[in-house]
Design a protein around this ligand. Sequence first.
Ligand code: GCU
Length: 385
Amino acid sequence: MGRWKISWGVRLFFAAFLAAVMAVGMAGCQAAADSKRIVRIALGQSESHPEYVGLVAFKEYVEERLGERYEVQIFPNEILGATQRAIELTQTGAIDFVVAGTANLETFADVYEIFSMPYLFDSPEVYKVVMGDEEMMNGIYESTDRAGFRVLTWYNAGTRNFYAKKPVYRPEDLRGMKIRVQQSPASVKMMQAFGAAASPMSFGEVYTAIQQGVIDGAENNELALTNNKHGEVAKYFTYNMHQMVPDMLVGNLKFLNGLTSQELEVFREAARRSNEVELEEWDRQVEQAKKTAMEDMGVEFLEADVEAFREKVLPLHQEMLEDNPHIVQVYEAIQEVNVRMRETGVEASAFLGEWKPQSAMEAGRSMRWRLDWEFGDGEEWQWTE
Ligand code: GCU
């Protein structure tokens, strides 16, 4: 495992090759749909997942308004490839959209490391307020423009927690354990700070890796137990709540730029609505998932000493801020919401209007500045195992 540098030339050649393969494979579908432009969306999750439900709302909204010109097709269950691969396909335009966790975007724009920072948000309420602040998020969403894609909206992926073959109550229990993390440098650092061995791999590989004992456990939300069946192989889920990592609806920039302004507004509004539908569906499904995991799969939900977990990784905040200056302003803006929520006990949304023009706008500006810096040398960090 390690990080290696790969030139843009090699990346583009690989991506072009995949694009050609996809184009041949999908030519048949294109012809069948007459002259309609097929809009393809890659999703790692299954057809019952809240994100699929959200994407159906996206599809319906677009087709109701632009159905003569566009047909939206959703490809779930990683059938177009694991997330990292699907992002590359979106980057080249072989497909038009992908739903990807921010951890998978870190290698394209390191501002996304912010969401891998453990215990960044005080509560799900703070998280939702920050994510719902379009002005602030737009600065972040634009950070991948040079990589050829742009985020349109976010989806809730809940709170991440440990789950394993044996119970974990305290950070010490993780000693000697090998835990899967997402393919993100920041997540690897986090796991090391917790005292476990980090094993980065794609989401689709986790079930078999736990089953075969390649790893001792993983970390994720409750739906991973049921929708992805991890509860069949890992029976202890610890509520230590170390991260809230959103998923993003990522669109190929050339495709978006090729739309007329009216069409673009339809796609944007469709994305907004899919976000609303997904968030509602998430809240509904998470309770059900917990019940199913307990009653049908025999998973035990453990209350953890959250403070002990937090203390263990808090020094990482400073370290990450020193290593990556591009996350500093977003971090400060989020801390501001944390503090105000703590001090006032008032719903953060009540003071968001006042907060927004200051730190959030600044954060957006710093994102745009960062882009030139990051891609200036024509090379990019790429993760491999
Ligand atoms: C969640 C998230 C996915 C992500 C996965 C992972 O399920 O919704 O987008 O890929 O976690 O841990 O890889």
